[in-house]
Design a protein around this ligand. Structure first.
Ligand SMILES: [Ca+2]
Length: 160
């Protein structure tokens, strides 16, 4: 192999390697959302898988422990999620009929108590989270009529 060809191969190889991604720019945006994978403990009953509510919430999945309810009811949700890499930002959307209080890592993040059927969006909740395992806890009440809630955490992180 001539010296010229060897130089050309090295130049091409170097060009290829410098164009490969480093891994530091991967977008690790993910969502933690209400779903039928959630477990709810309602009215002192044993924890059970959530079901979709007959009432739909635009953009969120509405859940409860039954598809329809007209009773005064109290449900608790505990869910763990993992934040990989370095946390960049986090926000939450939540909708409830009638009231909810949301905690992340045992600190109150959101509270809807003044109005029924209320949507709340909080742009920056990253200070409540950390790299690794996090705990979401929601305390929900229905004071009559339909009862359900939905939530969506949007979390952005990057590789170290
Ligand atoms: Ca209600």
């Amino acid at each position: 192999m001539s010296f010229f060809i060897q130089v050309c191969i090295l130049a091409i190889a170097k060009g290829l390697s410098s164009s490969c991604p480093t891994g530091l720019n991967f977008d690790l945006t993910f969502y933690v959302t209400s779903s039928t994978n959630d477990y709810l403990a309602c009215n002192s009953k044993l924890e059970a898988k959530a079901v979709l509510s007959d009432t739909k919430i635009t953009g969120l999945t509405s859940i409860w422990d039954t598809s329809t309810t007209n009773n005064v009811y109290h449900c608790l949700l505990t869910k763990y999620f993992y934040v990989p890499g370095i946390l960049i930002s986090a926000s939450v959307d939540v909708f409830t009929d009638d009231t909810t209080t949301m905690f992340i890592n045992d600190v109150k993040v959101s509270e809807i108590t003044q109005q029924i059927c209320f949507f709340q969006s909080i742009a920056n909740i990253s200070s409540y989270m950390h790299q690794g395992q996090n705990k979401l806890y929601i305390d929900a009440y229905n004071n009559g009529g339909n009862g359900y809630f939905g939530y969506k955490l949007t979390i952005k992180s990057k590789l170290i």
